[in-house]
Design a protein around this ligand. Structure first.
Ligand SMILES: [Zn+2]
Length: 272
C-alpha cells in the first residue's frame, strides 16, 4: 500500500503521505521521458495521487492541466477515486525556464452536481509552490505540499508526496506547528527510507489504527472496446473512407501512449 491518509494533531489536520515511485516510473517509461521532463511529469503525477485520494465520492474524477510558455507547454494528468493515475506531457526543450507565463487549471468532478473548476496563474518557478497557490486561491484551503522525484539514470529511484491540510476549525497553535513545504521535503527522505506508515508515526505522531492505507497505480482507462464504440458513432461511411485513403484507422491514446489500429477486417465487427 503506497498511499496513507489520516488525521493528526487532535483531528485538526489531514495528513497524506504517498510513495509514488512505481507509478511515476511507469508513467515516464510509457512516455519515454528523461531528466527535467521526467521530474516535472512525476511531481504532477504525485500531486494527482493526493488529489485523487481526497475525492469524496467513489465515482469521482479529477484532472489538472498546466499550460505555460516555458518548457512545460502542456501537461495534463487525471485520476479517479480508485487511485488510477494517468497523464501526458508536451515538452518544449528550447524554452529558457520550466514554467514562464501560464496557468494551472483543475477540474474536480465528485460524481454529483456540476464539476468544480478552479484556475490560477503561474507563480514562481517551482511546481510545489504552484500546487500550494492553487489550493490557497481556488479552494481557499491553506495547504503545505512537498513532492519529489529522484532519478537514477533514466529510472525513478524514489518519488513521493506529503501534504498537510488543516481543517477549518484548526487552532492557531496547531497552525503554528505545521511543517512548511520546505520542511516536508526533508521528511520525504524518511518516506524513502522507512515507508509511509513509519514516517506518519515517527514524524507526525499518527496513530496506526487511524491510518487508511490504499494503493495508487498508473493506469489508463482507455480500451479497444471503448474506441470501438467511438468508431461506431463515427459511422460506416466515414470509417470506410479512411480505410480507403489510409489503409487503416489509427487511434492514439495520449495518456498511455498506445496506438489502436483498426483495419478493413474490423469493418464487419464494427458495422455488422
Ligand atoms: Zn490510454
Amino acid at each position: 500500500m503506497n498511499v496513507l491518509r489520516t488525521l493528526i494533531y487532535g483531528g485538526e489536520v489531514s495528513l497524506t503521505i504517498a510513495d509514488t515511485t512505481k507509478l511515476v516510473n511507469e508513467g515516464i517509461t510509457r512516455h519515454g521521458l528523461k531528466g527535467e521532463a521526467a521530474i516535472a511529469f512525476g511531481k504532477t503525477l504525485a500531486m494527482l495521487t493526493y488529489m485523487s485520494a481526497s475525492l469524496k465520492e467513489r465515482a469521482g474524477e479529477i484532472s489538472l492541466a498546466f499550460r505555460t510558455e516555458g518548457k512545460l507547454l502542456n501537461l495534463c494528468a487525471s485520476g479517479n477515486a480508485d487511485l488510477f493515475i494517468r497523464g501526458y506531457i508536451d515538452w518544449n526543450e528550447s524554452a529558457k525556464t520550466l514554467l514562464g507565463e501560464g496557468s494551472l487549471t483543475v477540474v474536480r468532478d465528485d460524481g454529483y452536481n456540476r464539476p468544480f473548476v478552479g484556475t490560477c496563474a503561474m507563480t514562481g518557478s517551482e511546481l510545489d509552490k504552484n500546487f500550494e497557490e492553487y489550493y490557497r486561491i481556488s479552494e481557499q484551503l491553506p495547504t503545505n505540499i512537498a513532492t519529489t522525484v529522484i532519478m537514477d539514470g533514466d529510472a525513478v529511484a524514489f518519488s513521493g508526496i506529503i501534504v498537510l491540510q488543516p481543517l477549518p476549525f484548526a487552532s492557531v497553535q496547531t497552525l503554528e506547528k505545521l511543517k512548511s513545504g520546505e520542511e516536508l521535503e526533508k521528511v520525504l527522505k524518511s518516506v524513502q527510507t522507512f515507508g509511509v506508515l513509519e514516517t506518519a508515526k515517527t514524524e507526525f505522531s499518527a496513530l496506526e489504527n487511524e491510518c487508511i492505507l490504499r494503493e495508487a497505480k498508473y493506469q489508463c482507462n482507455c480500451s479497444r472496446e471503448y474506441l470501438t464504440s467511438v468508431l461506431v458513432s463515427l459511422g460506416k461511411a466515414q470509417f470506410s473512407q479512411i480505410i480507403q485513403e489510409e489503409g487503416e484507422v489509427r487511434v492514439h491514446c495520449h495518456y498511455c501512449n498506445t496506438d489502436y489500429v483498426f483495419t478493413k477486417s474490423d469493418e464487419g465487427i464494427l458495422f455488422p
